[in-house]
Ligand binder design. Sequence first.
Ligand code: HGY
Ligand code: MN
Ligand code: MN
Length: 416
Amino acid sequence: MPRSTLAQAAKDVARRLEQLARVSDERGATTRTFLSPAMRRANALVGGWMRGAGLSVREDAAGNLIGRLPGPSRGSKTLLMGSHLDTVRDAGRFDGALGVLLPIAALGAARDRGLRLPFAVEVLGFSEEEGVRFSSAYLGSRAYAGRLRKSDLGLRDPDGVCVAQALSEHNGRSRPLPKPAHARGELLGYLEVHIEQGPVLESRGLAAGVVPAIAGQTRARVSFTGRAGHAGTTPMSLRRDALAGAAEFILEVEAFAGRRPPLVATVGRVSAHPGAANVIAGAAELTLDVRHPSDKARRAAFAGLRRAGRTIAGRRGLVFAATVTQDDGAVLCSRELTALLERSVRARQGRSLRIPSGAGHDAVVLASLAPVAMLFVRCRGGLSHHPDEFVSTGDIAVALEVVVDFLARLASEHPR
Ligand code: HGY
Ligand code: MN
Ligand code: MN
């Protein structure tokens, strides 16, 4: 496939990523959260691009966008490729979206190269991977994999709306928990193309690498409850200041993880009640995100942080509570599918690199349904979850060529 054609296809992907980044719930920033108005508009835009590539398009009850290229017969197996279309707040334009738009372009490039695939393909745009609205990641891919749990339906967003309510508003009526979109035997595998969100590829001068494993993560809602009071008349010795307790806990989270590399622990959001300048905070609520390559170490770390929270609360006359909203174990990617993908990476760039992912991805959930493989693409400075996130068009072209080569290898190995 002439590199010039791929270069043009890569430019088209880059242009579409810029256009998609402007579909947002927030003026002047890229923010798309679960089942939001911007997510509806994003699905309409990307669904149009899927149709333009010859895919039939549907949206499931959880707002996942599914573009399907049928196989040569009804019994054809299916290869899944995709990532998420939701974003963090004030996001970059590549996290998630690259892994949805690139496979659409790769299918077009494969067709132009005369490649007839002996299997069906579904390109997936998951509706909720980041866990911004309900503090629990992967609600979209969990629904697609039939792994949405009753407990997920009860999770509430900051406005008190629960997942079940959000889903029935989205669908116009309440629906039973979604079943798996596919039986395990129907699937060849799941390939996710994603920016590395780290500095390794850039430091080694490589455009692409593969992922052997994805770290597990625990997310929780943490609260400190004290007593609100007058900021001007309450002596410091008589206060039960929930926000001061939360602040001490946030610093302890940082110090605790700093003493235990490669553990990472983050408080990303904090809110105080009643939240007035002249009132001592009676309550504070925080999010806690804990990750480690080893599940045992991650769970031990979470237990240690919960003990630290209780100690701080006890000393300050506060009440501490921590509710786990997500607990996902580390996932190994498929050795066979990753080895096949690695041959395509080597064919394009001479060598490959295996980079364990500290970030979570929908592949964590899809691994329950099919063998998974991930292609990492270099991003400038390793920066992500930031509007300055950047992938060069040249690296998009490399990733495109790798995916087209991967499709060709999978096709040639596929029993006719
Ligand atoms: O938070 C993560 O690891 C991913 O970006 N959702
Ligand atoms: Mn992502
Ligand atoms: Mn992300």
